[in-house]
Design a protein around this ligand. Structure first.
Ligand code: DX5
Ligand code: ZN
Length: 215
C-alpha cells in the first residue's frame, strides 16, 4: 500500500519545503497539465527536473497532456521514476510504454472516468501501473466518484490474471472517508492532494491514510 500526495494542492511558491513535509510518503505525485487535454495549466519538464533533484521521495508524474507519445519520455529523462500517460491521448501506447521503461521509469496508463478498461487490458504486460481516475482530471478538491470502484475491481482482476506485478492507482477525492473503499476494490497506490495538503499536518495526514489501508 503506497501513498502518493499530490503537490497540486501544495504551495507552489515553496515546493521543496512542501515535498519535505510529506517525506514519510512513498511517492510525490506531480500533476502536469497542458491546458489542452484538460482545461488547466500547471508545470512542465524543467520544474519536474528541479523537483526530482530535491525531493526526498521519488516523483510520480501524472501527465494530463495531449500527444504523450512526443512529450512523455522527457519526464523519464529528467528523473520522474514513474510516468503516467492518458490512454485517451496516446497514439501508440505500446511504443510509448517501452520507451518509458527503456528510460528507466515505471510506465503507467491512466483512464478518465468515462474511459472503459476492457479495450486496453491487452496492454498490461507493457505496464507497471494503471491509474483509475476517481474525478474528471484537471483540478484538485473535487468529489470522489464511487462509481469508478467497479473499474478498479476490473483492473485488479485483470492484473491478477496477468500474473504481473502491476500497481493499481486511484487519484481524485481520496481521503480518510474514501480510501478504504478504494483499497477494498483493489487499489494499492493512493493519490491524495487536498486531503494531505489541506490538513494541519501533511505528514500526519499521510500516516492516517496509510493506517486506514494497512489493516
Ligand atoms: C486531478 C489530479 C489529482 C489532484 C487530486 O486532475 O490528477 O492528482 O491533485 O486532488 P484531490 O486529492 O484534492 O482530489
Ligand atoms: Zn493526478
Amino acid at each position: 500500500m503506497l501513498i502518493s500526495p499530490s503537490i497540486l494542492s501544495a504551495d507552489f511558491a515553496n515546493l521543496q519545503a512542501e515535498l519535505d513535509r510529506v517525506a514519510n510518503a512513498d511517492w510525490a505525485h506531480v500533476d502536469v497539465m497542458d491546458n489542452h487535454f484538460v482545461p488547466n495549466l500547471t508545470l512542465g519538464a524543467p520544474v519536474v527536473e528541479a523537483l526530482a533533484k530535491v525531493s526526498p521521495i521519488p516523483i510520480d508524474a501524472h501527465l494530463m497532456i495531449d500527444d504523450p507519445d512526443r512529450w512523455a519520455p522527457q519526464y523519464a529523462e529528467v528523473g520522474a521514476r514513474s510516468v503516467t500517460f492518458h490512454i485517451e491521448a496516446a497514439a501508440d501506447p505500446v511504443k510509448l510504454a517501452r520507451t518509458l521503461r527503456a528510460e528507466g521509469a515505471r510506465a503507467s496508463m491512466a483512464l478518465k472516468p468515462g474511459t472503459a478498461f476492457a479495450p486496453y487490458e491487452d496492454l498490461l504486460p507493457e505496464l507497471d501501473m494503471v491509474l483509475v481516475m476517481t474525478v474528471e482530471p484537471g483540478f484538485g478538491g473535487q468529489s470522489f466518484m464511487a462509481d469508478q470502484m467497479p473499474k478498479v475491481r476490473q483492473v485488479r482482476e485483470a492484473v491478477r490474471r496477468s500474473g504481473g506485478e502491476i500497481w493499481v492507482q486511484v487519484d481524485g477525492g481520496v481521503s480518510a472517508a474514501t480510501i478504504e473503499q478504494c483499497a477494498e476494490a483493489g487499489a494499492d497506490v493512493f493519490v491524495a492532494g487536498s486531503a494531505v495538503y489541506g490538513a494541519a499536518s501533511a505528514a500526519d495526514a499521510v500516516a492516517e491514510l496509510r493506517a486506514l489501508v494497512a489493516k
